[in-house]
Design a binder for this molecule. Structure first.
Ligand code: T4K
Length: 370
């Protein structure tokens, strides 16, 4: 019997009738984009859901991150992590800033806060850590360093939508946090992204930045681009937001099943959950120790692919090794990040992934151990 292929992820979809209802008013108004009513409603709803004071929406998460770096008018060096998606580092470089790569923790793969201060120079303007896979950075230590040296803290929270720590929405941490609403994310607007930020004075600047740098209709007062979310994207967001709690619960059930199958297996390391954190179960990364497990990360990925199960090597290679950056920036070695990037594999995870499929994935992984 041929088994159904399993994708690494699959977008959450609202009932089609609900989306049709939501978009029908767009036909009446003929207002398709440029911060329309759906956009405004979604901005307010996301503020409420994330428990943050300010939110600016963009056509994707990457441009949302570029917007933060743009409106804060930063220049110089940004201390960041190489263990991330291309977007984080590309946003820094496209904003005319220099990435300075800091190593990561062995336990949660976020930036190693104990190694940040040694990288601070007179040119440093910001720290840009990533809550990678929904593992929250050591924000207390990061904020103390930033305060001591007068640096901005901008979180790449692309993976952290809806998460809470100590009862606080993660978007309230630091000066700003970028969330991705890409189709593959826990909450999505097809393509989309948003920034939560602490300084309300930035609202007009964000609006101008995504509208060609124009506050009004004639002059472009700042350098900007076109990064507006359309009304169809916002409508998808309004629908998906009504269902996101249920989708996260379904993801949690899949993660629990993975843990039941894989926890404690020799040669496999799973992320640990912290007591004071509310998770969104965005990804399920596993670290394969080839000697102890008896098969390498690449061997496992190949074996799964041969059986129709698609995985991703998030995040391999490190962004610091991208050819676009070689001979352009001084790149410090980050041995822990290198080791994790060589061994990590994210297994399929999405709300509609059945528990039987999780069992099939785990069985295939474990039978591959030699
Ligand atoms: N910062 C971080 C830390 C990020 O991880 C990301 C994005 C960003 C910033 C930037 O945010 P955005 O500008 O994207 O909003 C995916 C996503 O495209 C990307 O959003 C995400 N991170 C990254 C980690 O993963 P790919 O190229 O690896 O995946 P892709 O698009 O091939 O999709 C994976 C699987 O999902 C497919 O094999 C099938 C399924 N799929 C995908 C799409 C697009 C569907 O079933 N339907 C779909 O419509 O990048």
């Amino acid at each position: 019997m041929r088994l159904e292929p399993i994708q690494v992820t699959s977008p959450s979809m609202p009932p089609i009738g609900e989306y049709m209802d939501e978009i029908s008013s767009i036909w009446d108004s003929r207002w398709l984009t440029n911060t329309g009513l759906k956009h405004q409603a979604l901005e307010a709803e996301i503020c409420r859901y994330l428990d943050v004071g300010n939110m600016a929406l963009f056509t994707n998460g990457h441009l949302a991150l570029e917007a933060v770096l743009g409106v804060m008018e930063l220049s110089g060096e940004v201390i960041t992590t190489p263990f991330t998606f291309a977007s984080t580092t590309q946003a820094i470089v496209r904003a005319g800033l220099t990435p300075v790569f800091c190593d990561i923790n062995l336990g949660d793969y976020t930036i190693n806060a104990d190694k940040i201060e040694a990288l601070v120079t007179e040119k440093t303007c910001a720290i840009l850590p990533v809550h990678v896979f929904g593992n929250l950075c050591d924000y207390r230590k990061i904020h103390a360093i930033a305060q001591k040296h007068g640096l901005k803290v901008i979180y790449d929270a692309a993976h952290a939508f809806g998460m809470k720590v100590g009862g606080l929405g993660v978007g309230a941490l630091g000066d700003a946090s970028m969330f991705s609403f890409h189709a593959t994310k826990v909450f999505h607007t097809i393509e989309g992204g948003g920034v939560s930020y602490s300084d309300s004075a930035l609202s007009a600047k964000f609006a101008a930045w995504r509208q060609f740098g124009m506050f009004g209709k004639e002059d472009a007062e700042v350098v900007g681009t076109n990064a507006k979310m359309t009304e169809f994207q916002a409508a998808m967001g309004l629908c998906n937001l009504r269902h996101v709690d249920g989708e996260i619960q379904k993801r949690q059930a899949a993660v629990n099943r993975y843990r039941d199958n894989l926890a404690g297996r020799k040669g496999l390391t799973l992320c640990k959950e912290k007591q004071d954190t509310v998770y969104n179960y965005a990804y399920f990364p596993v670290i394969f120790n080839p000697k102890q497990f008896g098969n390498s990360r690449d061997g496992v990925a190949e074996r799964l692919a041969d059986r129709g199960i698609l995985t991703r090597k998030y995040f391999y290679p490190l962004t610091s090794s991208f050819s676009a950056y070689q001979r352009r920036f001084h790149i410090e070695p980050t041995p822990v990040a290198e080791r994790i990037a060589e061994r990590v594999l994210t297994l399929p995870l999405y709300a509609d992934l059945s528990l039987e499929s999780v069992d099939r994935i785990c069985k295939t992984v474990l039978e591959g151990a030699r």
